[in-house]
Design a protein around this ligand. Structure first.
Ligand code: WQD
Length: 338
C-alpha cells in the first residue's frame, strides 16, 4: 500500500478531520492549502491530536508550477484527496467567476499533473447539491442530477463531468467522488472544528454562535414547507464519520482490481432531520436554551433531501456511527473553545 496521500484543502474543516483519520489508519497525508478558508493553528492542533507533524505546502491548487514542484519534491505519491474549493452557496451567486476559476481550474491542474506523473488514485469532494430537490427520497447515486441551484453547485456538477470524461480518456486512472450531505460537528478533542468566516450561512454554526451569545438569535428560514413540522429536512452527518469515509474510499481504490474506476457515493446518515428537530436536539444535549424566531423562506433552499447510503455501506464498507445529538454536542464543545 502506497501511504503518501496529497490532501488539498487539508487544513480546512473536512480536510483536517480527514488528515486525522488518514494518520490513524497508517497513511501519510501531505497537506496543500492556501489558507483562504483555514487557520495556520490547525497544523499545531493536528500535531497534538495525531502525535506527528503533518507536512504542509502552502500554496494555491490553481498554480500549476507550485503544484508541479510539490509533486516532484514528494515523489512516490499514492493518491490525492481534493477538498480545496470555495463552498459558500450564497457567495457563489455574488462571485461566480471566482468560484468557476477556483473550483474548476484547481481540478484541471490537478488531473493534468496526476496524468503526467502517473498518480492514478483520486478522491473528489462533491456535494448533494447536485441532486437539487430530488423527486424521490432517500436519494440514490443514480438519481438524475438537477440543474444546479447556484454557481457553487454547478462547479460540483461540472467537476464530476470533467472527472468522468478524463477517466474515459486514459487507460489507468481510478476516481471516487463523494457526495456530502450536511457535514456538522467537530473532533471530540475540540481541537479542530468548523471555522466559518464572518456570519455563518450554515445552520449549525449559526446555532452554536447564537447559544454562545455571538449572534442575537437564529432565524428559521420558513416553516410553511410540506414537511411534518413545516421546516426543511436535511441529512446531517458528523464530520468525523465523513472523514472516516474518505479513508474507506482510499482503501477501496487501492484494493480495487483493474486499471480504471469512476464511482460516486452518497455520504450521509440516511436519516433526515428538520431545522426544528436540530434546535430541539441541540437544546436537549447541551441544556442551552436557543433564542430563535421563524422568518421567511431562504431562496434556493430545497424542501427536503437525505441520502440513501446503501451503496456506501455495501461497497465502501462504511456507515455513519455518530448521531445528530453527538454531532451537536461536539459542535457546542468546539464553539466554547473559540
Ligand atoms: C440547512 C437548513 C436552511 C441557516 C449546505 C451547503 C451546501 C452543501 C450542503 C456542501 C436549511 C436552514 C440555515 C439559518 C436556517 N454542502 N437554516 N437558518 O443549505 O442544506 O447546504 O450543505 O457541499 O454547499 O451550503 O445547509 O446549513 O445552510 O441549511 O433555518 O440561519 O437550515 O434553510 O433548511 P444547506 P444550511
Amino acid at each position: 500500500m502506497v501511504k503518501k496521500i496529497i490532501v488539498t484543502g487539508g487544513a480546512g474543516y473536512i480536510g483536517s478531520h480527514t488528515v486525522v483519520q488518514l494518520v490513524e489508519s497508517g497513511y501519510e497525508p501531505i497537506i496543500i492549502d492556501n489558507f483562504s478558508n483555514a487557520e495556520h493553528r490547525v497544523m499545531d492542533r493536528l500535531e497534538t491530536i495525531t502525535g506527528r507533524r503533518t507536512k504542509l505546502y502552502e500554496g494555491d491548487c490553481t498554480d500549476e508550477d507550485f503544484m508541479r514542484r510539490v509533486i516532484e519534491k514528494e515523489g512516490d505519491i499514492g493518491g490525492v484527496i481534493h477538498f480545496a474549493a470555495y463552498k459558500a452557496v450564497g457567495e457563489s451567486v455574488q462571485k461566480p467567476l471566482a468560484y468557476y476559476k477556483n473550483n474548476v481550474d484547481s481540478l484541471l491542474v490537478l488531473l493534468e499533473l496526476m496524468k503526467q506523473y502517473n498518480i492514478n488514485n483520486f478522491v473528489f469532494s462533491s456535494s448533494c447539491t447536485v441532486y437539487g430537490q430530488p423527486d424521490q427520497l432517500p436519494v440514490t447515486e443514480d438519481t438524475p442530477k438537477k440543474p444546479a441551484e447556484s454557481p457553487y453547485g454547478n462547479t460540483k456538477q461540472i467537476c464530476e463531468e470533467i472527472i468522468e470524461d478524463f477517466v474515459a480518456s486514459v487507460d489507468d486512472f481510478k476516481a471516487v467522488s463523494l457526495r456530502y450531505f450536511n457535514p456538522i460537528g467537530a473532533h471530540p478533542s475540540s481541537l479542530i472544528g468548523e471555522l466559518p468566516l464572518g456570519v455563518p450561512s450554515n445552520l449549525v454554526p449559526f446555532v452554536t454562535q447564537t447559544a454562545a451569545g455571538l449572534r442575537e438569535k437564529l432565524t428559521v428560514f420558513g416553516e410553511d414547507y410540506n414537511t411534518p413540522d413545516g421546516t426543511c429536512i436535511r441529512d446531517y452527518i458528523h464530520v468525523v464519520d465523513l472523514a472516516k469515509a474518505h479513508v474507506k474510499a482510499v482503501d477501496f481504490i487501492q484494493n480495487s482490481g483493474g486499471t480504471t474506476l469512476n464511482e460516486l457515493f452518497n455520504l450521509g446518515t440516511g436519516k433526515g432531520n428538520s431545522v426544528l428537530e436540530v434546535i430541539k436536539t441541540f437544546e436537549k444535549v447541551t441544556g442551552e436554551k436557543l433564542n430563535f424566531e421563524i422568518g421567511p423562506r431562504r431562496s434556493g433552499d430545497v424542501e427536503q433531501v437525505y441520502a440513501s447510503v446503501d451503496k456506501s455501506n455495501k461497497i465502501l464498507g462504511w456507515t455513519a456511527e455518530l448521531d445528530l445529538g453527538q454531532a451537536l454536542k461536539d459542535a457546542w464543545n468546539w464553539q466554547k473553545t473559540l
